[in-house]
Design a protein around this ligand. Structure first.
Ligand SMILES: [Zn+2]
Length: 443
């Protein structure tokens, strides 16, 4: 088992046409389950005039109404408390409570049965095995375990494949670094922001070099950073380790992962999820590589509160290439590029926050933190970018500023008002960073 490259050699190398027929069959099954057991979904589908027997092909799937997060919020005012009428199982079968992080509004509650929780761990087993985790690994999780699903499932997934797991729950950053020194774990899981923050604390507050510690691989989640080349490079250099991306969500599951081939994108776990990409404006299906759209996703095997054609607002695109690792699961290029809500028009130009991050993290002399504020001044959109110089680089400020301006203009086609802040003064984040503020929308 330990020699196998794949967690599930059968599913991960299925020929594409076999994956498609498996997906259709599994969609039919979860659709019927949802139709029969969720009052919310039943009424949605009855209004659209769609019954389980109408789903005979992929084209039929396109006619199934999508579900948005705002709808999930409304559900929760209904019985049974606290989940509402999308719950497909008796309340006593629920064993896990989670909630979304609430970065885009009121959190959504997510119930899971024990079977669902097993499924979460299985999804993570695909991720971790593809990133080189094996039973001989000791995995440190520097994460404040709480009501968010983040890394809970990673914890169980790592146990499932046989790793030894060290929970770094209530420790502060310094204590976590000391724990890494003491126990010599080979892997860890954290948000990109925190991976960089820990390295910064180790170097600048403790006089330790994280690259000389024992970490060989880092699994990132929660933010797209590990798919942004310059952020990935900073993490890998800081820790002397490989940094891998993964994308998942509380109400969806752990649906994608980067593999050790680091192909510049994420594999979609197509045996467990159906990912559709649709045009943001027209809603038309995008099947060809190279065109961005938003993701509509179905989790085939989650039963308590199903995820069927969920409009995730994540912006993604299919990659042209197949992956040298041999997995037949399709790749999305560059990971999750942003959220439809965040990709905003400034001065008539589409701006993705990840493009700014790529520029900032690519400039030698700038610290990892930054903040973007978009506001209206008179009739004009005005963008302020706040950055920090690394200690000892003050004399190079003019050169750095000029390079930053050029790169921003080149990569985003926009002009910025630049603010240089003293090192260590911009906000530091542990879980979900809020570095992009659009004051035109009030947040
Ligand atoms: Zn691969």
């Amino acid at each position: 088992m330990e020699d196998s490259e794949y967690w599930n050699p059968f599913l991960e190398t299925l020929p594409p046409e076999k994956i498609r027929s498996l997906q259709l069959e599994k969609f039919q099954r979860i659709f019927r389950w949802t139709y029969d057991h969720s009052r919310f979904h039943r009424s949605l589908y009855e209004r659209a005039g769609i019954r389980p027997e109408d789903i005979r092909s992929f084209d039929d799937i396109r006619h199934v109404p999508t579900v948005e997060k705002s709808m999930m919020r409304d559900i929760q005012r209904k019985a049974p408390f606290p989940y509402g009428d999308a719950l497909c199982v008796p309340l006593e079968e629920v064993t896990e409570f989670r909630q979304t992080s609430g970065t885009t509004g009121q959190p959504v509650y997510q119930p899971d049965t024990w079977q669902d929780w097993e499924w979460w761990a299985e999804c993570w087993a695909f991720i971790l095995w593809a990133q080189g985790y094996r039973p001989s690994d000791r995995v440190f999780i520097p994460f404040g375990y709480n009501v968010f699903v983040a890394f809970w499932a990673g914890h169980y997934g790592a146990e499932k494949i046989g790793c030894e797991v060290v929970p770094g729950g209530v420790l502060d950053t310094k204590a976590r670094i000391l724990k890494i020194q003491e126990l010599r774990p080979t892997a860890m899981m954290a948000t990109p922001t925190y991976v960089l923050g820990m390295a910064d604390t180790a170097r600048n507050k403790m006089g330790l070099n994280p690259a000389e510690m024992s970490i060989e691989k880092i699994t990132c989640a929660g933010e797209p950073g590990a798919s942004i080349p310059t952020t990935k490079r900073r993490m890998e250099q800081a820790w002397g380790a490989k940094a891998y991306d993964h994308a998942g969500a509380t109400e969806i599951g752990a649906w994608s992962f980067e593999c050790t081939a680091q192909p510049g994108g994420l594999h979609v776990n197509e045996a467990f999820f159906l990912v559709e990409i649709v045009d943001v404006d027209t809603g038309e299906l995008i099947e060809d590589p190279g065109k961005k759209g938003k993701m509509v996703i179905t989790a085939f095997d989650r039963v308590a509160q199903p995820c069927v054609r969920f409009d995730s607002k994540d912006i993604i695109e299919w990659a042209e290439e197949t992956c040298p690792c041999g997995r037949t699961f399709r790749l999305i290029k560059g990971g999750v590029i942003g959220r439809a809500d965040d990709i905003t028009k400034v001065k008539g130009v589409l701006l993705a926050p990840s493009a700014i991050e790529e520029v900032v993290r690519g400039i030698d002399g700038l610290a990892d933190e930054y903040e973007v504020v978009v506001e209206k001044r008179g009739d004009m959109d005005h963008i302020t970018l706040k950055v920090e110089l690394l200690p000892g680089r003050e004399s190079a400020k003019e050169k750095i500023e000029a390079e930053l301006k050029d790169q921003l203009r080149l990569k985003t086609n926009l002009g910025y008002h630049l603010e240089f802040h003293e090192y260590g003064t911009l906000p530091r984040y542990e879980v979900k960073a809020r570095r992009f503020k659009d004051m035109r929308k009030g947040h």
